[in-house]
Design a protein around this ligand. Structure first.
Ligand code: ANZ
Ligand code: ZN
Length: 888
């Protein structure tokens, strides 16, 4: 037969699937649902190889579950708002909208060339007004429910680009694009109150048993729950700048109170600012500290520095014990109370600090087995377990006991509050200390001073204040006649857009010009896919509650924290506002590995692309040379494919050269889907050869199948039985493997089974219809099963083969083959053979063998005879299916 021609075949099948719309799922389908979703792409312009892997993984699952009889929902859309569209507008003078939709069109073509079983009837882009209209509605509902608020926030402001920067965009105190020194500004920002769900988001992680442990741990750490105490330290009034009477701190180690050596407050703590007003040197220190930004990474890496304010705090258990209060660059205003007490012996950061400022340390926790008299701390703090020492009434206690004792005493001790009345829920009125749970999680700031995002639907009225846009006026549509000829927010510069009348009083008012963080767009798109046709509401309750949660959500680990957490929050907020009835959006979450490739560095420091080099493998390892000039380049590490390192391959090239099936097969083979896969031309070529092999195999099988009886034979000979066992064994293993996403293992079983079939055909030198009818029938059965097994991975080849085998309809619509379980039972068992309790070998016998038969086989073994050394056999003990012990 001829070679399989992917280039001709693939588009043809894609058209067939499309014409028959076989991947469109209907919401009135009564079968059980199965929702497979891969993270939707940002329309950057081109699909990259990571997308191919991501979408292939989901597609295998979707096709398999469809064959298993599920109503599979497998939609696709576009995460289409964001900065690159504006940059394109600035750099290339194309409108963000046009740029985005052009990219979508191009990328959709590319996706279609991969042969994905997607339901395109549900497609949308988050920049479609028909989508963001509902997002605006959700915002307003959240606002009414107290889940969205406007709040003054400190933000990194780039004075040149005139925009807010995320912490990651501040590099060495400067804006990543403009290079301008970043200012910390207080600005009104819209936030979503994700912290209201902190405890719930944490607790529910335990129920997500189909999520990777790694991802759950990352979420746990991000939420960052810690149990500790709020303690009110009295201040020495003589030293306080304006007679402040106390300093509130948060600690998780109140057991170490007797090891305290200093207090530290954040540079922007009110007490620091009050002190700075009277101390120019301190003011300078604070200004310098602020310049370095507040990102956690910056704080963790920069040198710890402090400034003694001269203020003194009183130890809660000893009125005569005064502690110096420092302003320190490692204390964050945004966490706890923005103030701490430092215990250097048991906290490395505090130890570094006292060693620098010569404040000394006193260990108060002594490790078990250490003599407290000789236990000293110099450069390394001790944060392990032990017994309390140097701590008066706590001495001898464990850390837990000491914490409990301190909490009890401080909760019982009362002191007047500086500013009554106390806030509700603040614990006992006037208690010096109270237990408190703190979370690292902050509310989600969603305001962006950007054009290309979802407009926040509120109006600012000088009389009425913040007025929500009435539901009937949604969507608030982005204007298209915008100009990017000056920095800042194009919405704000627009001559007319923001000027409106107040919906409440009819007076002159202005629109909010901030748009939403693009993470909002992706925090609920999965719910919208269930009924994207609903023009009235974000979701249709009867539909969304039935089709959700997503059964498998597949994507990159870079979204393991924020995106998934925001989606989990949104689901809860949508439940609270009546849009859905469940809490968790993703029952199963799968984090795929990256596609990685070797890098090559030229002598001048630039990178060479893989197709520009020739590899020589010699005695001293692999060396690489530029094909053009022969110049040697350094073989660098294997890294994630990226344009900057030039180690990418273009999916279009691969598909044009080898076909989509080969690319898909390669992506699935060898590496488990959660591990990185190393790109390899040789292995791609191997996959390509395998495609041709399957094609020949199926064609040869089809020749035999033509002469095979159509009725199932009454009995099967040994050869036929062996082949059927291979077929059903593979079917069984692949079926369970796909459900667990063990695709690489499935592929290995498919290969093995194809070899078994090939062996049968090879035995018959001239494949002919003259095979015994039972074997011919089994060859047909095997070929059909084989094609169905690889259909989820290589759907185009499978359709072509399906036709060759004369099967009805499309393989993409065929039901998954039935496993005949009796064929899975092995005929033989292997038993361990022992002589006097010591293993001497193994014996394989028929499963049906009776004890005398087994005994005879065992006693006939040379190893057993040797081990007996001529001694008579006293007894043979048989543990069925497992062990035979010969007692001599
Ligand atoms: C005294 C102490 C002694 C502390 C000791 C630790 C070890 P987590 O677990 O992350 O909640 N801390 C509190 N607020 C802070 C802030 N705004 N900026 C920087 N550090 C702050 O950490 C709680 C601990 O982090 C608290 O317990 C406090 O230092 C510090 F041997 O108090 B600890
Ligand atoms: Zn008004």
């Amino acid at each position: 037969s001829e070679r399989y021609n992917a280039r001709e075949s693939e588009p043809r099948w894609q058209r067939r699937w499309d014409e028959k719309a076989i991947f469109a799922s209907r919401n009135d389908d009564p079968r059980p649902k199965y929702y497979v979703l891969e993270m939707f792409p940002y329309p950057s312009g081109r699909i990259h190889i990571g997308h191919v892997r991501n979408y292939t993984l989901g597609d295998v699952l979707a096709r398999f579950m469809r064959a298993r009889g599920y109503n599979v929902l497998h939609p696709m859309g576009w995460d289409a708002f964001g900065l690159p569209a504006e940059n394109a507008a600035i750099e290339r003078k194309v409108a963000p909208k046009a740029w985005t939709y052009d990219n979508i069109a191009a990328m959709k073509k590319q996706l279609q060339s991969i042969g994905l079983s997607l339901d395109w009837s549900r497609e949308f882009a988050t920049c479609d007004p028909s989508y963001y209209k509902h997002q605006q509605k959700l915002f307003l509902d959240f606002l009414r429910a107290g889940l969205a608020e406007r709040e003054k926030r400190k933000i990194n402001w780039d004075p040149v680009d005139m925009t807010v920067l995320a912490n990651e965009q501040v590099i060495d105190g400067r804006g990543w694009r403009s290079g301008a020194v970043v200012e910390l500004r207080e600005m009104n920002q819209w936030v979503f109150k994700i912290t209201k769900y902190a405890q719930e988001l944490l607790d529910a992680l335990d129920t997500l048993d189909r999520w990777p442990d790694k991802v759950r741990l990352m979420q746990r750490n991000w939420i960052g729950r810690s149990e500790g105490m709020l303690i009110r330290f009295a201040l020495d009034p003589a030293t306080a700048p304006n007679g402040e009477s106390e300093l509130k701190i948060f600690t998780t180690r109140h057991d170490t109170l007797f090891g305290a050596k200093f207090m530290a407050i954040a540079p922007d703590h009110p007490l620091a600012l009050a002190a700075a007003a009277k101390n120019p040197k301190l003011a300078e220190f604070i200004a310098e500290a602020k310049r370095h930004g507040t990102a956690q990474e910056i704080i963790d890496t920069q040198e710890k520095q402090g400034f003694d304010t001269g203020i003194r705090a009183v130890h809660p258990f000893d009125p005569n014990w005064k502690l110096p209060v420092y302003v320190a660059n490692f204390v964050l205003m945004e966490y706890g109370t923005g103030a701490i007490f430092g215990c250097p012996a048991h906290d490395q950061r505090d130890l570094d600090f006292v060693n620098k400022y010569r404040l000394g340390n006193t260990p108060v926790v002594c490790p078990e087995g250490q003599d407290p008299k000789t236990f000293v701390i110099t450069d390394t703090a001790y944060d392990g377990d032990g017994r309390m020492i140097n701590s008066r009434f706590l001495d001898g206690m464990t850390i837990e006991q000491a914490k409990e004792e301190v909490a009890k005493r401080l909760e019982a001790e009362l002191r007047p509050l500086p500013n009554p009345p106390p806030q509700a829920g603040e614990g006992r009125v006037g208690a010096v200390g109270e237990r408190q749970v703190n979370f690292r999680l902050r509310d989600w700031g969603i305001s962006r001073q950007r054009y290309w995002g979802c407009p926040i639907p509120v109006i600012h009225c000088p009389t009425c204040g913040v007025v929500p846009v009435p539901d009937k006026d949604l969507p608030v549509v982005l204007p298209e006649d915008v100009s990017f000829d000056r920095p800042g927010n194009a919405l704000d510069h627009h001559p007319t857009w923001k000027h409106v009348t107040c919906p409440q009083c009819g007076g002159k008012a202005t629109r909010e010009t901030d748009t939403m963080d693009t993470f909002v767009d992706s925090a609920w798109y999965f719910a919208r896919f269930t009924d994207p046709w609903n023009e009235k509401a974000p979701t249709t309750r009867a539909v969304v509650d039935r089709l959700m949660p997503v059964d498998w959500y597949i994507g990159g680990v870079e979204h393991a924290i924020l995106h998934l957490l925001y989606a989990r929050f949104f689901t809860r907020a949508m439940k609270a506002t009546g849009h859905i009835a469940f809490d968790e959006p993703f029952a199963g979450q799968y984090t795929q590995g990256m596609v990685v490739y070797e890098t090559y560095r030229k002598p001048d420091g630039t990178w060479a692309a893989p197709d520009e080099v020739r590899i020589e493998a010699g005695g001293n390892g692999r060396r690489a040379f530029l094909i053009d000039t022969g110049e040697e380049v350094v073989v660098g590490p294997i890294e994630k494919m990226s344009k900057s390192k030039r180690n990418t391959v273009d999916p279009d090239d691969i598909i044009a050269t080898y076909g989509a099936d080969v690319a898909r097969w390669f992506m699935l083979s060898d590496s488990p889907p959660d591990r990185d896969v190393i790109w390899s031309d040789e292995r791609v070529q191997g996959a390509s050869r395998f495609v041709q092999r399957l094609w020949r195999l199926v064609n040869e099988s089809a020749d035999i199948a033509k002469g095979a009886p159509s009725a199932r034979p009454a009995a099967f000979g040994a050869d036929a039985l062996a082949l059927r066992k291979a077929a059903h064994g593979a079917l069984d293993k692949v079926s369970t493997g796909i459900e667990k996403l063990h695709f690489n293992v499935c592929l290995a079983h498919i290969r093995e089974f194809s070899n078994a079939l090939a062996d049968v055909l090879a035995r018959d030198a001239q494949p002919s219809p003259d095979l015994p009818p039972d074997l011919a029938w089994s060859v047909r059965e095997a070929a059909v099963i084989l094609v169905q097994l690889f259909a989820p991975m290589m759907p185009h080849l499978a359709e072509e083969c399906w036709q060759v085998l004369g099967q009805p309809g499309l393989v993409s619509e065929a039901a998954w083959p039935q496993i005949e379980r009796d064929l899975l039972v092995e005929d033989t068992v292997t038993l361990v053979v022992q002589v006097n309790g010591k293993k001497r070998g193994e014996v394989t016998v028929a499963r049906t063998a009776q004890n005398p038969e087994i005994e005879a086989a065992v006693l006939g073994l040379d190893t057993v005879k040797q081990a007996l050394g001529g001694n008579a056999v006293r007894k043979v003990i048989i543990v069925p299916m497992r062990i035979v012990n010969v007692v001599g």
